[in-house]
Write a protein that binds this ligand. Sequence first.
Ligand SMILES: [Zn+2]
Ligand SMILES: [Zn+2]
Ligand SMILES: [Zn+2]
Length: 108
Amino acid sequence: MIVFRRLLCVAGLHSGPWLLSDGRCESVRVCTACGKTDKIVRHTWGGFVYVDAGRCGQVRRCERCATTQSRTWHAWGPWRYANTEFGAPQIHRCRRCHETEKTAYTLR
Ligand SMILES: [Zn+2]
Ligand SMILES: [Zn+2]
Ligand SMILES: [Zn+2]
């Protein structure tokens, strides 16, 4: 039986329970067959919230270990044509920070 389990280990299928470390989001498992330690990190993320008015930086925080993660999340308005010329690029503007983004050319 132990031979079979070692074969599973070779295939990367280790056995043993995952134990959660206190106050952190790491789960650790020590394989009962070969002694290999595996670690996974799984955070309990809250929702993203904007940090500053008029900016698009958002932060979310792990409810368990307080690790934070940030991203940029624009509130883009609808695409509009930049001008009335044929093949004009389209532009949209962020409602929060007023940054604009435009297409290289129009697909139509
Ligand atoms: Zn193993
Ligand atoms: Zn965490
Ligand atoms: Zn923005």
